[in-house]
Write a protein that binds this ligand. Structure first.
Ligand SMILES: [Zn+2]
Length: 521
């Protein structure tokens, strides 16, 4: 007697093989049989009705750590077929909370069901809210550096670096699986390569992974890739290049060199992979436009510069120096915080500037001033051709680069990038429509590939004995619905979804049951 049988599916194993028409039997939290189960008995039978049956998708790059505590049902991800989230990316994890580190404002301004400092305490809290998805947590370098030495632009003293290493070690002992860096953001951008290498050695010792939002994704892309690969070469740690892209038209031609560098490193024996979301716009804080000097000292110091006429003048001069009208057109206002700035969500910066009767640079500072730095930007700086080339690389997996959202409740009020609701559905849709790699390969990029590279045991593949993280997809109905203008819309086409054998979506509707787990090594 099975607990669940998924009947009449087109089963993709996750490893890239062509699909097989068969049934999948589940006992407790594991897959117990794959084949013809028409004679078998089961407590619950779910019909795939000829649709795709895949291992649950692993979102290789997310920022859901804190939000999982608020919206443990994770609907924006479930409706894309995601069953596991890799959290703590781009240098910022929500634990450990030590010293002078301050959580990003979009995390800090929410209400949580409890408090935590360590990864262990975070896990206890996460268990108590029963997440619907599995969680694989990375430890952020910015989190460690901010904690040890605040937001100062200098190398760490020996004691400070020791603190970072010690906190990292403790966090890995408590279930963290690796280190993420965000070298484009303060305070990570003040760190040199030696600091990262020292910490990566701690990760290597624990059998973990190093992921990096690199120092540059455009102007110094090649140098940044070299720096990232060097961490792997010198420490032996597997490397993940986060959201691989060529950012800014002037740098699109660098893709050949970038891909060649990565392939060479792989040929040299380095375990390096990358993730990417299937969109040509990036999304982050609008003050990413600022020069490095203006990012020193933390939020209060940055805001003081925005509000100081002389410093603001200098920032405006620098950010408009090499930007054309076309460049400003390619920036859209994302999230905002102040009632007077809400109406500009989804507007281009040029249009907003005209509306305000200010220059684009003045507009940037005006919004950041009113929003107290909580202005998001969506940056249309990527080549679509390069995006498809990157997505087709055999080592590139799908990472949404987004945290959980929901169409109602506390995570429904902001203006996120549509990737938060659409990344995985959009990529699989493209494969079904023959716009990218084959469907079997697309599924592999969201399942077996991330499972293998991140060391996620017994997941990412449909086979007897593996965990029953499974998604059943109606290929006709599968579609991302979220747009840049109206992002809060669930993807369609997920018929059933199981996490550790727990039916979490049934016939297109969420069930009250949640089976996600914190994934230890
Ligand atoms: Zn990033």
């Amino acid at each position: 007697m099975f607990d669940v049988i998924i009947q009449h599916g087109l089963v993709y194993d996750g490893g890239g093989k062509e699909p097989v028409r068969c049934d999948v039997g589940i006992r407790r939290d594991r897959i117990d049989a794959v084949g013809d189960l028409s004679e078998a008995e089961s407590r619950l039978t779910l019909s795939a009705n000829g649709g795709l049956v895949c291992p649950g998708f692993i979102d290789a790059h997310t920022h859901s750590d804190a939000y999982l505590l608020i919206e443990p049902g994770a609907p924006s991800k479930l409706f894309q077929g995601v069953t596991t989230e890799v959290t703590g990316n781009c240098g910022a994890s929500c634990a450990p909370l030590f010293g002078a580190w301050r959580m990003p404002s979009d995390w800090a301004d929410k209400d949580y069901p409890g408090t935590w400092h360590t990864v262990g305490e975070y896990r206890t809290l996460l268990d108590s809210v029963r997440p619907a998805v599995n969680v694989y947590m990375l430890i952020g370098h910015n989190t460690l550096r901010g904690g040890a030495m605040g937001y100062e632009n200098r190398p760490p003293a020996a004691g400070e670096l020791n603190d970072m290493a010690r906190w990292l070690e403790q966090s890995l002992d408590e279930g963290g699986r690796g280190l993420s860096s965000g070298l484009a953001y303060p305070p990570g951008l003040f760190a040199g390569p030696e600091e990262i290498q020292r910490l990566a050695r701690v990760v290597a010792k624990h059998g973990g992974i190093y992921t990096s939002h690199m120092r540059s994704e455009g102007r110094h892309l090649i140098e940044a890739i070299s720096e990232t690969l060097h961490v792997g070469a010198t420490t032996g740690v597997p490397v993940q290049i986060s959201h691989l892209k060529t950012s800014g038209r002037a740098h699109w031609h660098k893709l050949d060199e970038a891909l060649a560098l990565i392939r060479q490193a792989q040929a040299d024996g380095l375990r390096v992979a990358a993730d990417r979301y299937p969109y040509t716009a990036s999304c982050t804080d609008l003050d990413i436009l600022f020069p490095d000097w203006a990012e020193e000292g933390g939020r209060e110091a940055i805001l003081a510069r925005v509000r100081d006429p002389a410093a603001a003048r200098k920032i405006m001069d620098e950010i408009s120096a090499d930007r054309t009208a076309e460049d400003w057109d390619a920036i859209m206002i994302g999230n905002t915080a102040h009632p007077d700035t809400c109406r500009y969500r989804g507007w281009t910066l040029s249009r907003t500037a005209r509306d305000l009767g200010r220059s684009p640079a003045e507009t940037v500072l005006h919004l950041l001033d009113l929003d107290a730095l909580q202005t998001g930007g969506i940056f249309f700086g990527m080549s679509e051709e390069n995006m498809w080339r990157i997505l087709a690389e055999p080592y590139v997996m799908i990472g949404s680069d987004a945290s959980i959202r929901a169409i109602e409740g506390p995570l429904s009020h902001d203006h996120p990038h549509p990737r938060a609701y659409g990344a995985h559905a959009r990529f699989l849709r493209a494969a079904l429509d023959h716009k990218t790699v084959s469907v079997a390969e697309a599924v592999r990029k969201m399942t077996a590939l991330p499972a293998e590279h991140f060391g996620i045991r017994d997941r990412g593949v449909i086979a007897t004995g593996r965990f029953a993280d499974l998604v059943v997809i109606d290929p006709e109905a599968l579609r991302d619905q979220a747009t840049y203008a109206h992002p809060h819309q669930y993807a369609t086409g997920i018929r059933h979804l199981l996490v550790n054998g727990v039916p979490t979506i049934r016939d297109g509707h969420p069930t009250p049951h949640r089976g996600g787990r914190f994934l230890e090594g």
